[in-house]
Design a protein around this ligand. Structure first.
Ligand code: 5RP
Ligand code: FE2
Length: 220
């Protein structure tokens, strides 16, 4: 079963509550919240106070994608704000195993993200500890970019690595997902798919969400 995680990066920030209601009513499964610090990525977005203010506006789980340096320093604040899953980038964690334990110690799910240029080997030794792996299919920092095509093969390799070890770990894909490529992404092995501009820039969100889910699930 494919789950859809709309990224609020492309939502209307002046009307976040209404935007979130729209995707919840359309049948999305979790809310993907992109946190950027202007250091790890060349963009700044939002932090714990905004996340906290949205928490009682929706029943959707909060999937918090941290694109920040020194994530350990902020994990407790994001948990307190309402994160249900925290994803850290392997590129920002010197002691990745310790960071994963820190997240799990707060009683929430832990995930690691890899940039397009970061090899899968970076998570090989912590895979058993993870609830989810996020494969970036664009360079992080902005919504509305094009998916890098050779990432499909990386998704398939990660799926094989997880299956060979008999693990049950979610594979999330983030960046450049649209109605045309979501089928290939799901076929490659992703089961949680982020879509920002494809959903929030659409003129008919319920119809787009329905078609994204249909396209992702056809042939599976
Ligand atoms: O993490 C991200 C960017 O760093 C976003 O989640 C991602 O880009 C989603 O936006 P879109 O679907 O428009 O590509
Ligand atoms: Fe993201």
């Amino acid at each position: 079963m494919i789950q859809l995680a709309p990224s609020i990066l492309s939502a209307d920030f002046a009307n976040l509550e209404q935007e979130i209601k729209k995707v919840e009513e359309a049948g999305c499964d979790m809310l993907h919240i992109d946190v950027m610090d202007g250091h790890f990525v060349p963009n700044i977005t939002l932090g714990p106070p905004i996340i906290k203010s949205l928490k009682n506006k929706t029943k959707l789980p909060f999937d918090v994608h941290l694109m920040i340096e020194n994530p350990d320093q902020y994990i407790a604040q994001f948990v307190e704000a309402g994160a249900d899953i925290i994803t850290v980038h392997s590129e920002t964690c010197i002691h990745l195993h310790r960071t994963i334990q820190l997240i799990k110690g707060c009683g929430i799910k832990a995930a690691v993200a890899l940039n397009p240029s970061t090899p899968l080997v970076m998570i090989e030794n912590v895979l058993e500890e993870l609830d989810m792996v996020l494969l970036m299919t664009v360079n992080p920092g902005f919504g509305g970019q094009k998916l890098i095509p050779n990432m499909l093969e990386k998704i398939a390799r990660l799926k094989r690595m997880i299956d060979e070890r008999g693990l049950k770990i979610d594979i999330q894909v983030d960046g450049g997902v649209n109605l045309e490529n979501i089928k290939q992404i799901a076929e490659a092995g992703a089961n949680i798919i982020v879509a920002g501009s494809a959903i929030f820039n659409s003129t008919d969100i319920p119809e787009t969400v329905k078609r994204l889910k249909e396209n992702a699930s056809s042939n599976l």
